[in-house]
Design a protein around this ligand. Sequence first.
Ligand code: CMX
Length: 425
Amino acid sequence: MAKLKDVFANKLPQFQNEIKGLVTKYGDKAISEVTVTQAYGGMRGVKAQVCDTSTVSPETGLIVRGIPLEKITDRCPEEMFWLLLTGELPDADSLKGLQADLAGRADVPDYVFDVLRALPKDTHPMAMQSIALVALQRGSKFRKRYDEGMRKQEYWEACLEDSLDLLAKMPALTAGVYRIRYEDGKLIPRDPNKDWSANFAHMMGVPDPTGRLADLMRLYLNLHADHESGNVSANLCHVCGSALSDPYYSVAAGLNGLAGPLHGLANQECLKFHLALHEKFNGVPTAEQLKEYAWETLNSGRVIPGFGHAVLRCTDPRYTACHEFGLKACPDEPLFKLADIMLQVVPGVLKEHGKAKNTNPNVDALSGVLMYAFGVKQPPFYTAIFGVSRAVGMCSQMILNRAIGTPITRPKSVTTEWIKQQVGG
Ligand code: CMX
C-alpha cells in the first residue's frame, strides 16, 4: 500500500527540476500580453500564473492532470485529491489507506460548534463554514512549525498535514452547519463504515433510504474539486497562501470568494430561479412561457443563472455528468424536467440577446436541482457543499505551491493615468 505523502515526495524532484529547468532556460520568454481591456476586465485570458493540478479547456472543459473529467466522474473525491496532487490515481489499497487516515482526523472539536451556535439564526451557511474553518486555525501544524523555525523545504509537509486535517474535518464541520442552521442543532456522529462523501450526507441527517443522496454527494464532491487556479475561490486561496498564511486561513479566503453570486453562490441562485419559475407557472412551464420569462429576466438587467462561463465555450462536462446522473436517478422530478426545458430554451434566448460569450449550461444549472430532488431543500446550503469539494482542489494547489516554492503573489497594478500615457491618449 502506497502512502500519499511518499508518492508525492517521490514525484517532487521531477516537478521541481522541470520547473527549475524551464525558468532557467526560458525565464525571459513572454507567454502572454495584456491589453487595456484585460487590465480593466478582470484579467480575463491573461496567462500569468501556473497551475498543474488541472486545466480548463474552453472547448472541452476540465482536464485533471491530463485526464478529461468525463473519464473520472465515477471516482470518489479522495481519489481526486490523490490525482490532483501526484498526477496518478491510487490503487484500491492506497485509497483505503488514505480514507483510514482521513477518518482518524475527522473529529471536530466541540468549541467550533459552540461558535456556530452563538451566531444569529439567519447567518448564511457560507459565513458559518468560513467562521468554523478559521476557528480551527489554532490547531494549524503549519503555523506551529513555522513559529518553530521550519525550513522552507519542509513547508509542503506541514501544508499537507494541515490539508489532511482540514479535509478530514470538512464534512463534519459542514454537516454541523446544516444541523445548527436548519435542524434541531443536534449533531449526528460519523459512521466508521462510510466514506468521506457518504458520511457527509449521513451527518447532515437528510433521510436517504435509497442511498442515492450519498451517491450524488460523491459525484458532486468529485466534480467540483478543482477548476484550475484562476477562478475566484482557487485564486483567493492561492494569493492568501502565498503570504504563508496556513491552509485554514487560505481555504477560508477561498470560501469567502466562493460565496459570491457570480461564482459558487450561482447554484443557490439557480435553484431559486427554478423554484420561482415552478411557482409562477404552477408546475413545469411550456417552452414558450419560459422564453418569455427568460426575456423578462434579461430585460430587468439580471443574469440567467446556470448559463455562461468566464472560460468555457462549450457545455460544462460537470453539467453533463449531473445530467446523466439525473436521467438515471430522478428523470421524472419536476425540477429536472424544468432544467431540461431550460436547456432547450435559454441558449437560444442568450444568443439572441447577444451578450454572453458562452450560452451553454454550466454545472450550477443542475447541481442544485439534484440536491433538491434528493432531499436537500435549502438552496443557501448548496454553496457550502461546493465548499467541501473545492477545499480538495485548493489544498492540492497549495501543497504543490509550497513544494515548488512559489513566492508571494504581487502583480503590478497601474493607474488610469499610466494607461493613458502608455496608449498615448
Ligand atoms: N445571463 C445573462 N447575461 C449573461 C449571462 C447569463 N447567464 N452570461 C453572461 N452574460 C452577460 C454578462 O453579464 C456580460 O454582460 P455585461 O457586458 O453587461 O457585463 C456579457 O454577457 C459578457 O459576459 P461573458 O464574457 O460571456 O461572461 P463573464 O466572463 O463576464 O461572466 C459568468 C461569466 C459565469 C459570471 C456569467 O456567464 C454569468 O453571470 N452567468 C450566470 C451566473 C452563473 O451561472 N455563474 C456560475 C459560474 C460557474 C462557475 O463559476 O464555475
